[in-house]
Ligand binder design. Structure first.
Ligand SMILES: CC(C)(COP(=O)(O)OP(=O)(O)OC[C@H]1O[C@@H](n2cnc3c(N)ncnc32)[C@H](O)[C@@H]1OP(=O)(O)O)[C@@H](O)C(=O)NCCC(=O)NCCS
Length: 153
């Protein structure tokens, strides 16, 4: 788990993720690169951030946020990314396990996945997530939709 003073590390990995997998996210590199210390510290007040490491190298990232108006036992997962050289080795599984350990009272996680991101959808389903039936059309005119998945323990 990262602490608030680790925001530069979270920022660096998030920017790596956006460069590596631009089609997986709604945010883009050009916008995110403008978010500085104040913006990142605000994110750390609202969200838990976890990284996976291989010795000194950071190889994965995810965040978990309590959404206003939603039940206290529910979290929304965002910014999920694993370094391509480390994929299919259980890194995301370990990251989500770490987030679950950190908040034992949380029993339900939700995530939005782009309908064009078939691999991520397959991965989440493999990890036990299932579709809630909710879909939303992106406002960017691309015709893409987001699909919502949930996991309960
Ligand atoms: C999606 C992503 C985070 C998965 O990370 P990962 O560390 O490779 O995932 P894991 O190794 O923990 O795999 C979890 C399960 O999914 C399966 N899986 C992983 N990659 C897969 C693939 N490409 N195709 C099919 N199944 C896959 C694994 O086999 C594992 O199941 P198992 O334990 O039963 O074998 C990674 O592919 C990624 O960073 N993609 C680009 C960014 C992205 O799409 N982020 C999600 C935005 S919503």
């Amino acid at each position: 788990m990262l602490g608030a003073d680790d925001w530069p590390l979270a920022r660096e990995v998030r920017l790596r993720a956006l460069k590596d997998s631009p089609t997986a996210y709604l945010a883009d590199y050009e916008d995110e690169v403008t978010v500085g210390e104040a913006g990142w510290r605000e994110r750390f007040r609202r969200m838990q951030w976890v990284v996976a490491r291989d010795e000194a190298r950071v190889v994965g990232l995810a965040s978990s946020v309590r959404v206003a108006g939603r039940p206290t036992y529910e979290r929304h997962i965002e910014s999920v990314w694993v370094d391509p050289r480390y994929r299919r080795n259980g890194v995301l599984r370990a990251i989500l396990g770490r987030l679950a350990d950190e908040e034992p009272d949380v029993t339900e996680w939700r995530v939005w996945v782009l309908d064009t991101n078939a691999i991520a959808r397959q991965v989440y389903e493999r990890l036990g997530f299932s579709p809630t039936g909710e879909r939303q059309l992106l406002a960017d005119g691309s015709g893409r939709r987001e699909i919502r998945l949930r996991f309960g323990r």
